[in-house]
Design a protein around this ligand. Structure first.
Ligand code: FES
Length: 368
């Protein structure tokens, strides 16, 4: 069944402005076309939406958003408080951190607030360092460069971009960040919607105060109170004509995808913050051209992970094969390209995204 065409004008308060940007309509049309079958929508699916404009912003507010103190939100504004580029629920920003790291964070504020973006970040002490830097090195007043917003997880509103009759959200921990603006929009539009918000404990999950405003549409389900959830607990009363939007840890998304696959008339849209699982990985060797150093990439690890062990300063961002940050040149060997963003000419020129792509077999000599 075809979704309704998107009207020239969405309701005035939908995104805080009356005009629906033409590009946004195109994006919705693309999203709608994807919604004809159950699928997992990853950021790579909407790579054409990449917007690389750079904005110089300033951190104007910091708030602790979880009782365990490990989630901080930042409010980012232009120095002169000018209006910022519009965004829609599901969008994210690329932050250029002072160290040079590039990291992506979902926008979790209100699109109607046109003078500020809000992101929220959970501290991951043993991660790649980006979250710790956001927590420890971005006090109020810090200037920061951002790129975007980009929307790789578009919310196709029932009646405008989706043929689904109702929406069910599933958020795991910090995965609430892209879901929160979607839920706010669903509420504002009077949609039939529900949410399961899950995490280790109430102390660890952010924005409980904002979630409380949604009343009994949201079930907060924590491991310490209810045990580890199965897919049925995350999808209560999800039936035909439902669009499920899910963001959280990979095992949670995988369990939901496996269940939804067996359900008729249920669409699944998900976003993960961690790399996708490596499927059919085989070990191979990498040689770093300028030093001659040779090391193995195990079957269950990405080339990027293996490279970062030796060159921790190598740039990366999405780890999912769509942002191009990790691009390297292959001087010898045959890469197995596992992304869809590089062109045939770029492949022919020896370019490779090491976060997802591997070797067809044998050693790859890389110009790092
Ligand atoms: S890190 Fe984004 S494409 Fe590799």
């Amino acid at each position: 069944m075809s979704p309704r065409p998107i009207p020239e004008q969405l309701p005035a308060d939908l995104f805080g402005r009356r005009d629906c940007d033409r590009a946004v309509q195109v994006l919705d049309a693309v999203a709608s076309a994807r919604l004809k079958w159950t699928t997992i929508v990853n950021r790579r699916d909407v790579r054409s939406q990449v917007d690389d404009r750079r904005l110089a912003l300033v951190v104007t507010e910091r708030r602790i958003e979880a009782h365990d103190q490990d989630v901080v939100s930042l409010r980012l504004e232009a120095p002169n408080r000018r209006e910022l580029p519009a965004w829609r629920p599901g969008a994210h920003l690329d932050l250029e951190l002072p160290s040079g790291r590039l990291r992506q964070y979902s926008l979790c504020g209100d699109p109607a607030d046109t003078r500020a973006y809000r992101i929220a970040v959970r501290r991951i002490p043993d991660g790649g360092g980006g979250s710790v830097e956001v927590h420890d090195a971005l006090p109020v007043g810090t200037p920061i460069l951002v790129r975007g917003p980009r929307n790789a997880f578009p919310f196709a509103v029932p009646g405008y971009g989706s043929s689904a009759a109702r929406v069910h959200f599933v958020a795991g921990g910090i995965g609430i960040t892209p879901i929160l603006p979607m839920a706010r929009l669903a509420q504002r539009l009077g949609l039939d919607w529900s949410m399961v918000y899950t995490g280790r404990s109430r102390d660890t999950i952010p924005f409980l105060d904002e979630i409380a405003g949604f009343g009994d549409r949201v079930i907060v389900r924590t491991d310490d109170e209810h045990g580890l959830p199965d897919a049925a607990a995350l999808l209560p009363e999800v039936g035909t004509d439902t669009a499920v939007y899910c963001c959280g840890p990979v095992p949670m998304i995988t369990a939901i995808a496996d269940t939804v696959r067996e359900m008729r008339g249920v669409e699944l849209h998900s976003e993960r913050f961690s790399p996708p699982p490596i499927v059919d990985g085989k070990p191979f060797e990498i040689e770093i051209a300028d030093t001659g150093e040779v090391f193995e990439v195990p079957a269950d690890k990405s080339a990027l992970d293996a490279i970062l062990q030796r060159r921790p300063d190598r740039p990366y961002s999405c780890r999912q094969g769509f942002c191009r940050t990790c691009k390297v040149r292959v001087l010898a060997g045959e890469p197995e390209h596992r992304e869809t963003v590089l062109t045939a000419d770029e492949h022919a020129a020896g370019e490779m995204l090491v976060c997802v792509s591997r070797s067809e077999g044998g050693r790859l000599v890389l110009d790092l």
